[in-house]
Design a protein around this ligand. Structure first.
Ligand code: PMP
Length: 430
């Protein structure tokens, strides 16, 4: 496969964009590659690079592209929105309409505020929790990524982990001291830390299904235990649904029955356009300005393009059977991956939830970040490149997920299975 033009573009990008990428996860550093593929077009399940190669896409832009690229309904709505002006700096019906529709599918969102990214959503929701409780400490779980705000860039999962910078330079020690991190799925650590610090925590941040050290589901009873401890000690429970919202169902309460106090959303809800949102209990959200003292604002927040793209994406996802179909495709694919890995004697573990999964190289179950750290990154890198040479694009990190989209066809899955079989055979001979 010729990727010469991608390399040329990357070299050119490096002269103007720091590191040649606008988000570090996009570099191929974690998989030992010189330059990433440079994509100039995408349609349905496919990415097209600047050399004219076509890839079946399981990266899905790190999650948002659940409907496939350039879905006609989303394109139509965005074009319409654009033709009517992209930003007004005033309230617009589209933000209210979208908020109403979000609330209809996620009733826990009693009040909502739109922002522009998952990072902003998390940053803002933490501020609200601190304002409401009058406390400053936060509890998070190792390996869960909650965006790149100072406070949450501690033991922060996929991107930072892949690049070996678990704690970023430039985050003051005084900020990091506000954050306590414990392992996911560890009820004893949770109880111990609250017993020791009693009423210091403003909130517990959690991905209700982890997407940032691979797909990891909570053990039975884990989220219930988290809820119980939060309530007992007066801390707010915050779901980070930036990956999960609209991915497995609309909101996590639909499949785990544990209610958070607040939540942050992003990615898919924007239908591929920039977005973030946070919300939850009305009494807590009343902290937010202009009603309350917690300030949060945004020039581009609630812009009609993102609102209408989000509603169009929701239209698509509300078609009956969407989530069942995504799960079925992922089920078929993971069974075939499992079989191919077994055929060639490659130790592996697959964590799947609905239409997303992670293939880890290593035999041990992955329930915590440390489990994920101990999986084989070198083997993942070899597999990643072997798949890319066969026109299948995965996320370039062992900590990420494969995301199925509505656009993946049976033929795409069949081609992927063949690529997996050949790649596994290649790994065996290394
Ligand atoms: N929270 C989670 C769970 C995420 O996965 C991400 C992004 N990967 C974020 C927050 C930050 O979102 P954004 O990149 O839109 O700022």
């Amino acid at each position: 496969m010729n990727t010469e033009q991608s390399s040329i573009w990357h070299e050119r990008a490096k002269q103007v964009i720091i590191g040649g990428v606008n988000s570090p996860s996009r570099s191929f550093k974690a998989v030992g590659g010189e330059s990433p593929i440079t994509i100039s077009k995408a349609q349905g399940a496919y990415l097209y690079d600047v050399d004219g190669n076509r890839y079946i896409d399981y990266l899905a832009a790190y999650g948002p592209i659940i409907a496939g690229h350039a879905h006609p309904h989303i394109v139509e709505q965005v074009n319409l929105a654009m033709s009517e002006g992209s930003l007004y700096g005033t309230p617009t019906p589209y933000e209210t309409l979208f908020a109403e529709r979000l609330q209809a599918v996620i009733p826990e969102l009693e009040r909502i505020r739109f922002v522009n990214s998952g990072t902003e959503a998390m940053m803002s929701v933490i501020r609200v929790a601190r304002a409401y409780t009058g406390r400053s400490k936060i509890l998070k779980f190792a390996g869960c990524y909650h965006g790149h705000a100072d406070l949450v860039l501690v033991a922060a999962g996929s991107g930072p982990s892949s690049l070996g910078v678990p704690d970023s330079a430039g985050v003051p020690a005084s900020v990091a001291e506000e954050v306590v991190t414990i392992p996911y799925n560890d009820v004893s650590a949770l109880e111990a830390v609250f017993a020791a610090r009693e009423n210091e925590f403003s909130c517990i941040l959690i991905e209700p299904v982890v997407g940032n050290f691979g797909i990891v589901t909570p053990d039975d009873g884990f989220l219930e235990a988290v809820r119980l401890v939060a309530t007992q000690y007066g801390a707010l429970l915050i779901y980070d649904e930036v990956i999960t919202a609209f991915r497995f169902r609309f909101g996590a309460v639909q499949y785990n029955a544990v209610e958070p106090d607040l939540m942050a959303l992003g990615k898919i809800i924007g239908g591929g356009l920039p977005i973030g949102a946070y919300g939850g209990k009305q009494a807590i959200m009343e902290q937010v300005s202009p009603l309350g003292p917690a300030y949060q604002a945004g020039t581009l927040a609630g812009n009609p393009l993102s609102m209408r793209a989000g509603m169009a994406c929701l239209d698509v996802l509300m078609q009956p059977g969407t989530y069942e179909a995504l799960a079925k495709k992922a089920d078929i694919l993971t069974k075939e991956i499992h079989a191919a890995a077994n055929t060639y004697g490659i130790p592996h573990t697959i964590n799947r939830y609905g239409g997303a999964f992670t293939l880890f190289f290593g035999e041990r179950p992955v329930r915590t970040y440390q489990d994920a750290v101990h999986t084989d990154g070198k083997q993942f890198a070899s597999f990643f490149h072997a798949m890319l040479r066969r026109n299948v694009c995965l996320a370039p990190s062992k900590y990420e997920a494969w995301f199925l989209t509505i656009a993946h066809s049976d033929d795409d899955i069949a081609h992927t299975v063949t690529a997996v079989q050949e790649s596994m055979r290649e790994l065996q001979s290394l």
